[in-house]
Design a protein around this ligand. Structure first.
Ligand code: ATP
Ligand code: MG
Ligand code: ZN
Length: 249
């Protein structure tokens, strides 16, 4: 990462370059600074290695995947309109349809094309880190973990509801979502759970598929989510099983 130390031929290290536009000359931020900024922002987004390959441009949505076209369209529209419209997205679908891929693709695009501060967090991992901060032998405090989650411009919360709900889990989720809501920040959420009220599905308790988002995060938080996000349903088959090929991890 020698972008900053090597002297740039465009700006001779000043960070500013002269551009002519319609016969007029003005000064603009040099590409070298933009690249350095993108790189820093991408690293700060903490996208897990497993999802590093995910982009909007390699998200397939035709042929056998055409049911995903509306979801991709919603993602592109989101990137285009952010931050003028900063309503988040709630990506709902079964296992392996491409929810995380789309969410990662989105924030990468926001970073690269708009220089937006984004942060990716797996819901289970986040709760684990918060819980771990209560441990006396650990230096980080709860707020150390939560501050970036509260403050980042766009947060991806992957797999919402994936942790067995307890009083503590509910309190923590509502602290996070309410804080971001009150600060008018954007949250992109993925979940496997149907967007239906708590207790609306009969059948064997405990089987995850039989539970709803309401069961897992509580009705108040589900209704809060509706204020924060547009719902995007993703239909399709499990990409991992169905469409695995040599070129494909
Ligand atoms: N439309 C798509 N085009 C290209 N690759 C895809 C598409 N959908 C999914 N994939 C790939 O399939 C794999 C599984 O997708 P992903 O992890 O996004 O699914 P998911 O809906 O988040 O699943 P889970 O519910 O298990 O979290 C990933 O490697 C992803 O890159
Ligand atoms: Mg996922
Ligand atoms: Zn330069």
């Amino acid at each position: 990462m020698n972008v900053a130390t090597e002297v740039c031929i465009l700006c001779a290290g000043t960070g500013w370059k002269t551009v002519s536009q319609g016969g007029e000359r003005r000064v603009a931020r040099c590409d070298c600074r933009m690249q350095a900024r993108s790189k820093t922002l991408l690293e700060a987004a903490r996208i897990p290695r497993r999802y590093e390959h995910c982009e909007l441009s390699n998200f397939e949505f035709d042929g056998p995947h055409r049911a995903l076209a509306p979801a991709r369209m919603a993602a592109c529209k989101f990137v285009e309109e952010y931050p003028v419209d900063n309503t988040g997205l709630l990506l709902i679908g079964s296992i392996g349809v491409g929810k995380t891929h789309l969410a990662v693709g989105l924030i990468k695009e926001l970073v690269l094309s708009k220089g937006i501060h984004c942060l990716f967090y797996d819901y289970r991992e986040l709760l684990k880190q918060i819980q771990n901060s209560y441990n006396n032998s650990v230096q980080t405090t709860e707020l150390d973990v939560l501050r970036p989650v509260f403050e980042t411009e766009v947060l991806v919360l992957d797999e919402l509801g994936a942790v067995k709900p307890t009083e503590w889990v509910w309190d923590t989720v509502s602290l996070i979502l309410n804080t971001r809501y009150n600060d008018n920040r954007t949250t992109i959420i993925t979940t496997n759970f149907d967007d239906r009220p708590a207790g609306s599905v009969g059948g064997p308790r405990g089987a995850a598929r039989e539970e709803t988002l309401g069961d897992r995060i509580g009705e108040r938080m589900r209704s809060r989510l509706h204020e924060m996000c547009r719902i995007v349903k993703m239909d399709g088959e499990d990409f991992r099983q169905k469409f695995r090929s040599a070129s494909f991890r």
